[in-house]
Design a protein around this ligand. Sequence first.
Ligand SMILES: *Cc1c(COP(=O)(O)O)cnc(C)c1O
Length: 457
Amino acid sequence: MKFPAEPFRIKVVEPIKTTTREEREQLIKEAGYNIFLLPADSIFIDLLTDSGTSAMSDNQWAGLMLGDESYAGSKNYYHFESVVREIFGFKNVIPTHQGRVAENLLFSTVVKEGDVVPNNIHFDTTRANIEYHNATALNCVIDEGLEPDSLHPFKGNVDINKLEQAITTYGKEHIPLIMITITNNSGGGQPVSMENIKAVSNVAHKHGIPLFFDACRFAENCYFIKEREEGYADKSIMEIANELFSYGDGATMSAKKDGLVNIGGFLAMNDNVLAQKVTNMLILIEGFRTYGGLAGRDLEAIARGLKEVLNEDYLQFRIQQTRFLGEMLLEQDIPIIQPVGGHAVYIDAKRFLPHIPQREFPGQALVVELYKRAGIRAVEIGSLMFGTKNPKTGKEIYPELELVRLAIPRRVYTSMHMQYVSESLGEIFEDRNHIHGYAIEYEPEFLRHFTARLKPV
Ligand SMILES: *Cc1c(COP(=O)(O)O)cnc(C)c1O
């Protein structure tokens, strides 16, 4: 594979600090071996998340200066609205300060106790916003989507049989909407095919159920369609996005991903009555209809970012950079989830560190080692994040997979940085037998991975 060259040049630089191994060992110890508790300026390469970490372009920064901070009717809102309509095609565009507020507004308006919302795989905040209403967030991804070694090109696809089954079992009156997450974040950033979206749309509309997209990484998904699905090679990303969204009735969006901004989101839909209800709620919790918890300048940056993200040179680089990191790891026999998704590379920590049992958090052990050795911050997605206790016996229940995610911020790091990450992981892999596990010293009741403190065993 060719080393992907950045389709941008650097005009402003942000220095990143190098630290010594001794300093990092001290810092991670003080942080209770939890990378969420590290000061960010002690990190050399930060692959914690691709959310809100994008670098804005000169065009977006210039747009900030054109911020119209009028309380109502800001010109930036109208620009933002017209760009969202042009790409997504939905009539009503409601800005929010990030994706989960769009989810909150949508679900608190349409979801009732006992309802069921199917999706390929619900993202954490989507699930939480549904379960908050005592409703069920149901995953219907194809079986291949859960198999680390399956090379299916669209591992984010919805299993149509599982979806039909859910409608039969729960009844369409208990399914206020169906969602599709593009790309499927919780399943490794895997794309959904146009054919599958069309099929889900047919099922949904046959039963009179609206279809909404969780559209955070829609442009990356459209690029995979162009690359992998027959009939799309000659279509532009805008054309693919237009077709894709034409099969749905609305979308929730975190602009912190494919909006190429550091904050922002929106909810869009065709249904005017629903939009009115949501707007009333928006005014209660976020702000007026034409700013939704954002500054005018933020809306301008999103409008410009949504256009830039459709650029094929950008998308080609983006997808190739992620894939390139994956391939460099595979060349060193480091076990990763395949095929590589859009925004991150996932290392299989169970196979990387087979001598560390799940109760000693192999994923976290690798995350700590990566920081100590190389100043790189990754995140564990395994028993520290998802492990639970059986409420009766108190016994730990472990998740199927122990993963370490290397999420790649957009337009932030160069291919040379990726090579540094790959080489550091290669060195750790050669030395892996010396790595030991961890035990929890403190954990809170919920979402323990954010604040837990650990100690080496
Ligand atoms: C990030 C994300 C969200 C939530 O968006 P925030 O802006 O973090 O609130 C929802 N769904 C998916 C798939 C995401 O990746």
